[in-house]
Design a protein around this ligand. Structure first.
Ligand code: T4K
Length: 404
């Protein structure tokens, strides 16, 4: 237990953890079952191209979500590219800037202009009023991101899309296993895209999926992910290679069998963080709606520098020195990354809430790899740092910015 700032590793104490605790450590299901499936794949000599495990994986995901179609893909970035293309998006598409860079890149890659929209500070998701202000004659669609697995204002966005005759789809990379109004995420908009990357609470090593209730769209996506082939020697669309290999589906099928355990571990961790951080001035933990299903994969703190006396970046420096590898998701905002910062150098003027949150938010480690004792220690260090913020400022010079 550390009691004063000299105990903190940044100021000469021993790090709290001998090895690093990471955000995004993968959850792994039953190893024996997984290895049996790997052996099956090798015995069958069928490694990819819509193999039996991919087909089983797609059926199980569709059943779990209650959607008509799931198309398993190699990752969510390619899934976003295929979904936007299949929907016929072009010109301008409205997206949040407070997201992972894959959301706008999937558009720009196809020479569609991502138009960055501000967010509601209470939910970190698209603010429908700002969305409406950004619609121009070139706008063809809106992509909402269910950030941290918390649902977008889907009804308000659907109403705007309907009124302006725009396509609406969702980047649900964070939201597998989450619900909105009692309905699983995956059922909203024309299509939703999940990521099953290693860092997600449920993973297929790399992987993603498009889910939709639209039969025609699903058929088009299936062609597009396989070069446009509609049978041997017959190509009917421009397509790409978006296929998920069998080994990834085997990982996914095995993970699905432990899904409830993964969620339970995350929920337990989240509750413990919530209790351990409550009452620390200037710290707000992004909440989840208890009436809905959530995967609790992102433990996200907002640090108010006035109330806590510490800048987020100083706190990250302190945590990193303790081997707690907190992350500044999603700093500095997509609009401040290339090529967007060169294309739209003044876009920050329209993004005041995004700008504010990008400087205040951090994600903490959770999942199978984090124990209850680890969380006690992490909360204790955050509490100590904020309690001694004045001393820390004197010792280290406040306002020292974490390297950008
Ligand atoms: N849309 C949204 C809203 C997204 O957040 C993402 C991805 C996408 C779309 C695109 O999905 P994919 O095309 O990736 O399916 C990571 C992930 O690579 C990325 O998938 C994820 N979002 C994003 C939020 O996080 P980085 O740049 O933070 O990755 P990296 O390598 O720094 O790893 C993060 C942490 O995870 C590290 O602290 C270490 C740990 N880790 C990572 C890997 C790969 C492990 O412990 N084991 C591992 O195997 O992007």
């Amino acid at each position: 237990m550390k009691n004063n700032i000299q105990d903190l590793a940044l100021f000469g104490g021993a790090p709290s953890f001998a090895t690093q605790l990471h955000v995004g450590r993968p959850n792994i299901g039953n190893r024996e079952t997984l290895l049996l499936r790997f052996n099956d794949i090798l015995d069958r000599n069928w490694l990819t191209n819509n193999g039996p495990y991919v087909q089983e994986f797609e059926r199980k995901i569709a059943d779990y979500l209650g959607v008509r179609h799931c198309i398993a893909l190699c990752n969510a970035t390619v899934a976003l590219e295929i979904a936007t293309r299949a929907l016929g998006l072009k010109g301008e598409v409205i997206v949040p800037s407070f997201t992972f860079i894959a959301t706008p890149h999937s558009l720009q890659w196809q020479e569609i202009t991502p138009v960055f929209c501000d967010i509601d500070p209470a939910t970190h998701n698209l603010d429908p009023t700002c969305v409406e202000r950004l619609i121009t004659p070139r706008t063809t669609g809106i992509i909402g991101v269910h950030l941290w697995g918390r649902p977008c204002p889907v009804e308000a966005l659907a109403e705007i899309a309907h009124r302006h005759d725009l396509k609406l789809m969702f980047d649900a990379a964070h939201a597998f296993g989450c619900s909105h109004g009692g309905k699983m995420i995956g059922n909203f908009g024309s299509a939703e895209v999940f990521s099953f990357h290693a860092t997600k609470f449920f993973n297929t090593f790399e992987g993603g999926a498009i889910v939709t209730n639209d039969d025609d769209l699903a058929a088009k996506i299936r062609l597009m992910k396989n070069f446009g082939f509609a049978g041997y020697d017959k190509v009917v669309y421009i397509g790409t290679n978006g296929k998920m290999p069998e080994i990834n589906a085997a990982m996914g099928l095995t993970g699905l069998e432990s899904l409830d355990d993964f969620i339970e571990i995350n929920r337990r961790n989240y509750r413990q963080y919530s209790a351990g951080l409550s009452g620390i001035p200037g710290i707000t933990l992004a909440g989840f709606d208890d009436q809905e299903k959530s995967n609790y994969q992102y433990v996200v703190l907002e640090i108010d520098p006035e109330k806590s006396g510490l800048h987020r970046d100083k706190l990250i420096e302190i945590l990193h020195a303790e081997n707690i590898m907190a992350r500044r998701y999603f700093y500095p905002g997509c609009h401040r990354m290339e090529p967007y910062r060169s294309y739209f150098p003044h876009s920050y003027l329209l993004l005041p809430e995004t700008e504010r949150l990008c400087g205040r938010v951090m994600a903490l480690p959770t999942g199978q790899a984090v124990s209850s004792a680890d969380i006690v220690t992490i909360c204790q260090i955050i509490g100590l740092a904020i309690e001694r913020s004045v001393e820390i400022a004197t010792h280290a010079g406040i306002g020292v910015r974490y390297e950008a």
